[in-house]
Unconditional design. Structure first.
Length: 148
């Protein structure tokens, strides 16, 4: 791994993403972590039309998702990189997996986030003319996270 510059801005090579077995998933091209929350607008019947329609917004529960895009390798498939050896399609992935994201700072400090009970929502591959690499991608729905 390259030396991490002593700057405030995080660089991409400061990240490692690992599977259940503690093995790095591969050469990542994109890692997207999304935290979403449903919001419900509450409207009042017979409210004065000259005012704003929304009476209030009520926040719902949060959910989390992960999208990973990595370079395909000859040594292992994306399934194997995720720590799943008995599946070759989404419906055969019958157990959730855990994903660990590790950020290493310039002074060696680490920030770890664990994504527990991740279920594969979709998995695919992109082969694009004009590039010499093939990328694999997976979208995961996360049950809960732990920040260490």
């Amino acid at each position: 791994m390259a030396s991490i510059p002593n700057r405030k801005t995080v660089v991409s090579y400061a990240y490692t993403v690992k599977n259940n077995n503690g093995t790095a998933i591969g050469t990542l091209q994109t890692l997207t972590i999304a935290m979403n929350r449903q919001l419900q607008r509450i409207f009042e019947i017979n409210r004065n039309a000259s005012t704003v329609d929304t009476f209030e917004i009520v926040p719902g529960r949060s959910d989390y998702s992960i999208s990973i895009n990595r370079l395909e390798t000859y040594e292992n498939s994306l399934w194997e990189a995720l720590g799943i050896s008995n599946a070759d399609e989404v419906s055969k992935a019958t157990s959730p997996i855990n994903i660990t994201e590790i950020l290493i700072g310039p002074n060696g400090e680490t920030r770890t986030t664990e994504y527990h009970n991740c279920w594969i929502a979709s998995i695919g591959k992109t082969i694009q003319e004009g590039t010499i690499t093939v990328s694999e991608n997976v979208s995961l729905q996360v049950e809960y996270i732990v920040v260490a």
